[in-house]
Design a protein around this ligand. Structure first.
Ligand SMILES: Nc1ncnc2c1ncn2[C@@H]1O[C@H](COP(=O)(O)OP(=O)(O)O)[C@@H](O)[C@H]1O
Ligand SMILES: [Mg+2]
Length: 666
């Protein structure tokens, strides 16, 4: 590779890609970092969405479950009431009771009533007369005679003559009457827990009873008495424990019951299997204000998270109504949230593990992929580095099936082309050297011949002129003499041209104004007949820097240009002379433009060769451009030519300005 080419490569091919701070970041690192970013972002989104979905799904499932569970609990509650209902109504229809009431003496029925109460496990089993005055209490035989028509269900039977059943509240005094034991069972003191609803009272003395009242008729369907029975729910754990057993099979989690059920009287737990910290049933604790408001005040079912006594549960609460549809309590079921939280946590952990493993696999793949890419790029980079250092045989070996291979192929093609171009350049340079050697030899030969011929020719010219002057006008020899003179002058011109061409004189340089030299040339030619019909246009730039040239040699060059132009226009046309300063190349340019016949394309290569002329024999020596070329080269300048047949020709002579020599003319 030539030195110039090499320099070019080193300037334009950076060794490696560097960023603004000068730190080189390998492509593989960049690729991996971007992969990492993508993986990280997608994993984050994936995890966020996944966790959301899992939690929501689990919560929805748990809520669906408690919704079913509360239905089951209600079923058990109603079944319990139905059982009381069956006993009371059946007994109310039996002969022994009817007959006893008809006879006006309840005594004979007492025994049967006592037995039935014990057998059916009823807390309350009482007979009244048709006005509601108590005749006999199986739970408290000692006390009778009081009136119970204020009782909702007894009142309902009195009003409707039909049996009535439902949940009702017994005040302490009524419970006391039915049995002191029941009043005691119902009594409870409130226990405060976190989040429990605030209440001023500190105790509950009344009780909630599953109760049925049925009419007793005589044979003509006259009301002769009322039988009512019931079970006190306070501290009676049948319903809640049956629910727990049926629905949750007594499953435990972390030592705690997973499923719990509770009956509230208003806001107080009167029957429950939710435990206090000490393991006792949480009787006397109260519901939260939030749940109370929703279920008791607004009469709606609550499904959702709730803090129960001392733990979070997924819960369902629904109102318990009396026969007049007033809300007097709450039925509750709940599943320990902990279990679902743990399932959720486990599921999320598994999910996270899968995501992380996935991310690592993706990362590994990304690593392999980027290594492949950066390997190809690395090979390309090292091949181009080698090329830049002059090894034109450097080739990039990329086998991957992608654009990088195309790039490598283009690179290899480029390297081959460069190599070919380099070889051509070498051959061309070689030719030029041989050519100039040949020209130099011709020059030396011509110079020798010219030098030898010069002296004899001087004699011929001098004497032929003398003879012509001396010969009378009518001398018949005169025309022959005239021819000798012409041919001798012509030979003199050729010899002088040859001598000029071969003269190795060094230019006598001095700071000169090119505009001035041009003007001088013009003053020499303007008077000549060849220029009479030529319009000369001057386009000189004013502040042309002075440059260091040999003024007489440069004048010779300009004269050649001007005369060639005039000859090409055959004395008719426009010659434009332009000077300018090229600030980029730091040259003074002189531009000769004519409107002559132009130069044929095929003549271009020989244009500057000595003796090349297209002019008729006797008119051109073919030395003008060759001499001009030599002079301009000695001044380190260039001559360029552009031409169009029939339109004209432009010669541009560029002479360099050396900085230290630069002086601007005013
Ligand atoms: N301005 C020009 N227009 C057209 N042809 C030109 C011009 N200048 C030079 N030439 C061509 O270049 C040839 C060589 O020119 P030159 O070396 O001066 O020799 P000569 O003028 O003696 O022929 C000319 O014969 C001519 O064909
Ligand atoms: Mg000429």
């Amino acid at each position: 590779m030539t030195r110039r080419l090499k320099a070019l490569f080193e300037r334009h091919l950076p060794r490696s890609s560097t960023n603004g701070t000068g730190v080189t970041v390998p492509i593989a690192t960049k690729l991996i970092l971007s992969f990492l970013l993508v993986i990280f972002v997608t994993s984050l989104i994936f995890i966020a969405v996944g966790v959301q979905l899992i939690s929501r799904r689990l919560v929805a499932e748990a809520q669906e479950k408690v919704r079913n569970d509360i239905n089951a609990a209600r079923g058990i509650y109603v079944a319990e009431l139905d059982q009381v209902d069956a006993v009371v109504r059946f007994t109310a229809g039996r002969f022994f009771l009817r007959n006893a009431l008809l006879s006006g003496d309840i005594g004979p029925a007492a025994r049967e009533l006592l037995e039935t109460r014990l057998r059916e496990g009823l807390d309350i089993f009482t007979v009244t007369d048709p006005s509601g005055n108590v005749l006999f209490r199986a739970s408290n035989p000692e006390l009778s005679g009081d009136n119970q028509s204020h009782n909702e269900l007894v009142g309902a039977v009195l009003d409707n003559r039909e049996s009535a059943s439902g949940t009702t509240i017994f005040l302490a005094e009524d419970l006391q009457k039915e049995s002191p034991r029941l009043a005691e069972q119902a009594y409870l003191e409130f226990i405060d827990t976190p989040k429990a609803r605030f209440r001023e009272e500190t105790q509950e003395t009344s009780g909630m009873v599953l109760m049925v009242a049925a009419p007793v008729y005589d044979y003509r369907r006259n009301l002769i008495g009322i039988l009512y029975g019931g079970n006190l729910l306070n501290r009676n754990f049948d319903i809640v424990d049956t629910t727990k057993q049926t629905v949750y099979k007594g499953l435990k989690y972390d030592g705690k019951d997973i499923g719990t059920a509770t009956i509230f009287q208003d806001d107080v737990r009167i029957s429950t299997n939710v435990k206090n910290e000490d393991g006792t049933r949480a009787i006397g604790t109260r519901v939260s204000e939030e749940v109370y408001d929703r279920v008791v005040r607004q009469g709606e079912t609550w499904i959702g998270r709730a803090y129960v006594v001392n733990n979070w549960y997924i819960t369902a609460y629904e109102p318990i109504r009396d026969i007049n549809d007033r809300i007097i309590g709450i039925l509750y079921v709940g599943i320990l949230e902990q279990k679902y939280r743990d399932i959720e946590r486990r599921t999320i952990l598994i999910f996270l593990a899968i995501t992380v493993v996935g991310a690592f696999i993706a990362l590994a793949l990304a690593y392999l992929l980027s290594r492949g890419i950066s390997g190809s790029i690395g090979r390309l980079a090292s091949a181009s580095r080698e090329l830049a250092h002059g090894n034109l045989d450097a080739r990039a070996d990329v086998t991957s099936n992608d654009e990088l291979r195309e790039l490598a192929e283009s690179f290899n093609a480029m390297a081959s082309a460069l190599k070919k171009r380099d070889e051509q350049l070498k051959a061309f340079a070689q030719n030029r050297i041989m050519e100039s050697e040949r020209l130099a030899m011709i020059g030396q030969l011509a110079a020798g011949v010219a030098h030898e011929l010069n002296n004899p020719l001087q004699g011929i010219v001098a004497y032929s002129h003398l003879l012509l002057e001396k010969a009378p006008d009518d001398d018949p020899m005169r025309s022959s003499l005239q021819k000798i003179v012409t041919q001798a002058d012509r030979s003199k011109d050729i010899i002088r041209g040859l001598l000029d061409f071969s003269r190795q004189t060094k230019p006598q340089k001095m700071m000169s104004n090119i505009n001035h030299i041009l003007l001088e040339c013009l003053s020499l030619v303007e008077k000549q007949p060849l220029f009479h019909n030529i319009e000369i246009e001057k386009d000189f730039v004013g502040n042309l820097p002075l440059i260091s040239v040999d003024p007489s040699q440069i004048q010779q060059v300009f004269m050649n240009m001007i005369i060639n132009a005039a000859e090409a226009m055959e004395g008719n046309g426009r010659l434009t002379l332009e000077t300018r300063f090229d600030p980029v190349d730091k040259t003074v340019d002189v531009i000769f433009t004519d409107t002559g016949h132009g130069i044929r394309e095929e003549d271009m290569p020989q244009l500057f060769d000595p003796f090349f002329t297209t002019k008729e024999v006797g008119h051109g020596t073919g030395l003008g451009l060759a001499i001009s070329y030599g002079i301009v080269r000695k001044h380190r300048g260039t001559i360029t030519v552009e031409s169009e047949i029939g339109k004209g020709t432009t010669f541009i002579i560029s002479l360099p300005e050396t900085v230290e020599e630069r002086i601007i003319t005013s």
